[in-house]
Design a protein around this ligand. Structure first.
Ligand code: MV4
Length: 460
C-alpha cells in the first residue's frame, strides 16, 4: 500500500480524499494556491505545499508545480479529485514518467474518453447503445448535412473535446445547419483549442442517467448502479439521486451487463462514470464517459456501502476489486448491494435566483446533522469563499429506506443549514423539493426553466 499521497485539488473533494487516506493509514500532502492558505485541506493534511498564486492555471493546473511538490515530499501517488488535472492524460503520463502513481485509469483510456467522438465509436464497437449520428468527426457542413439527412432532424452538433455545453448547437432544419456548424466550430476551437465536431440525433427532453463503475488492474469490473442527474441548469448539476425512478430493473440489468462487457474489453481500471440519455420511451443511449471520481459519488457510496475513494486508492495500489471493496465483495451484484435511496443537493455560493456567484467572508456556517444526513464540505465560520474557483461550497446528502424518507430528511436538513455572509442555493433547493412534479419524479432536462427568470431562459 502507498505510504504517502498528494492530493492535487482543493475544497471539499481534497478533504474527502484526506478522509480516505486517514482511514487507510496513509500520510497526506495538500497543495494549495495563495488564496487557499487558510483552507481546511491544508489544515488536515500532514504536509502542505504552496504551488502558486490564486489563478488555477498558475497553481492547481500547473503540472510542473504539482509534480515538484510530489517530488519534494516524496509521495507514492497523486489523487487528482475531480476537475483540474483529473482528466488530463498528459498529466497522468508525467506522473508515470516520474514514477508517481496516478490514481485513475491509464493515460490512453483518459485520452480515448476525452475525445467524445472516439468514446462514441468505442462504445458502439463494444456493444453499448448509442444514438444515430456521425462516424467520428464531421469534416465540414456538407458532410454534416449528409449525415443529418440520413438520420433525420433535429440533430445536435457537439465539440469533440466539449463540456459545459460549449460548442454545442441544436439544429432543427437543413437551412440552419451551415451557420450552426460554423458557430459551433468557432466556439469549440476558442474554448477547447480543437474545433472538431460530431453529430448526433437530438433527444428533445431527455433524462440524464449515469452509471458508476469500478475496475481493478487485473481485469475485473463492476457497476454500482445509476445516478439520476437530470436536475441541472446551465449544464451544472444541482440535485442527484439514486436509484432513478425512471429506470426499470430490466433496463438497469441489461445496460449494466453491457457496461461490464465493454469495460472488461477495454481493461478499465479505477473509478469511472458512463453517461446516458434516456428518451421518453425509457431507452438509454451512451453519450460520454468520465474517467474520474464525480462530485455526486457520495449518493452511490450511501446506497452501496462502498467507499469509492478508498476503493480507488486500493485499486491503484494493485489490489484486486474484491479486496478493494472489502467485505461487500460477497454481494457484489448491485441489485443485492444497493439498498435504500440517497439524494444530494449541491449547495453553491451563489444568488439563488440569478445564479450569480457570491464570494466573501462566511460569517456563520452551521451544517445540519442527525440521522440520514451527510455533509461534505471544506467551509467553516469566518472562512473566505474565494471568487476564483468553483462555487460549490457543500454537498448535502440524505438517505432513507425509500425516496419519500430521503426527501423528508433533505427538507428538514435544508431548513437546519445555516450559512450567513454569502448567498447560497439553499432557498432554490427548498423550492425544488416543494415542487409536486419533482416529488413525483416527473422531470426532464428542462425542469429548471420554471425556476429561472424568463429573460435567462435558454434552449434545450
Ligand atoms: C444531448 C441532448 C440531446 N440529444 N445529446 C448537454 C451536456 C452534454 N453532457 C450532453 N448534453 C446534451 N446532449 C443529444 N443527442 C441534450 C443535452 C442536454 C442535457 C443533457 C443532460 C442534462 C441536461 C441537459 C441540458 C441541456 C442539454
Amino acid at each position: 500500500m502507498f505510504k504517502k499521497i498528494l492530493i492535487a485539488n482543493r475544497g471539499e473533494i481534497a478533504l474527502r480524499v484526506i478522509c480516505a487516506c486517514k482511514e487507510l493509514g496513509i500520510a497526506t500532502v495538500a497543495v494549495y494556491s495563495e488564496a487557499d492558505r487558510y483552507s481546511l485541506h491544508v489544515r488536515f493534511a500532514d504536509e502542505a505545499v504552496c504551488i502558486g498564486p490564486h489563478r488555477s492555471a498558475d497553481s492547481y493546473l500547473n503540472i510542473p508545480a504539482v509534480i515538484s511538490a510530489a517530488e519534494i515530499t516524496n509521495v507514492d501517488a497523486i489523487h487528482p479529485g475531480y476537475g483540474f488535472l483529473s482528466e488530463n492524460a498528459g498529466f497522468a503520463e508525467v506522473c508515470e514518467t516520474c514514477r508517481v502513481k496516478f490514481i485513475g485509469p491509464r493515460p490512453e483510456v483518459i485520452r480515448l474518453m476525452g475525445e467524445k467522438q472516439g468514446a462514441r465509436a468505442a462504445a458502439k464497437r463494444l456493444g453499448l447503445p448509442i444514438l444515430p449520428g456521425s462516424e467520428g468527426a464531421v469534416e465540414d457542413e456538407t458532410q454534416a448535412q449528409t449525415v443529418a439527412a440520413e438520420i433525420g432532424y433535429p440533430v445536435i452538433l457537439k465539440a469533440a473535446n466539449g463540456g459545459g455545453g460549449r460548442g454545442m448547437r441544436i439544429v432543427r432544419t437543413e437551412t440552419e445547419l451551415a451557420a450552426a456548424f460554423a458557430a459551433a466550430r468557432t466556439e469549440a476551437a476558442a474554448a477547447f483549442g480543437n474545433g472538431d465536431l460530431y453529430l448526433e440525433k437530438f433527444i428533445e427532453r431527455p433524462r440524464h442517467i449515469e452509471f458508476q463503475v469500478l475496475g481493478d488492474e487485473h481485469g475485473r469490473v463492476m457497476h454500482l448502479g445509476e445516478r439520476e442527474c437530470t436536475i441541472q441548469r446551465r449544464h451544472q448539476k444541482l440535485i442527484e439521486e439514486t436509484p432513478s425512478l425512471a429506470l426499470s430493473a430490466a433496463t438497469r440489468n441489461e445496460v449494466g451487463a453491457a457496461i461490464i462487457r465493454a469495460l472488461r474489453e477495454v481493461g478499465y481500471a479505477n473509478a469511472g462514470t458512463m453517461e446516458f440519455l434516456m428518451d421518453d420511451a425509457g431507452h438509454l443511449s451512451f453519450i460520454e464517459m468520465n474517467t474520474r471520481l464525480q462530485v455526486e459519488h457520495g449518493v452511490t457510496e450511501w446506497v452501496s456501502g462502498v467507499d469509492l475513494v478508498k476503493a480507488q486508492i486500493r485499486i491503484a495500489a494493485g489490489e484486486k476489486l474484491d479486496a478493494a471493496i472489502g467485505p461487500l465483495a460477497q454481494v457484489r451484484d448491485h441489485a443485492t448491494l444497493n439498498q435504500g435511496h440517497a439524494i444530494e443537493c449541491r449547495i453553491n455560493a451563489e444568488n439563488p435566483d440569478t445564479f450569480a456567484p457570491s464570494a466573501g467572508r462566511v460569517t456563520a456556517f452551521h451544517p445540519p446533522g442527525g440521522i440520514g444526513v451527510r455533509v461534505d464540505t471544506a467551509m467553516y465560520s469566518e472562512a473566505m469563499m474565494p471568487p476564483y474557483y468553483d462555487s460549490l461550497t457543500a454537498k448535502l446528502m440524505t438517505y432513507g429506506v425509500d425516496r419519500p424518507e430521503a426527501l423528508a430528511r433533505m427538507r428538514r436538513a435544508l431548513g437546519m443549514f445555516v450559512v450567513t455572509g454569502i448567498e447560497t442555493s439553499i432557498p432554490l433547493h427548498q423550492r425544488i423539493l416543494a415542487d409536486a412534479d419533482f416529488q413525483a419524479g416527473r422531470f426532464d432536462t428542462r425542469f429548471m426553466e420554471r425556476f429561472q427568470p424568463k429573460k435567462q431562459r435558454r434552449g434545450a
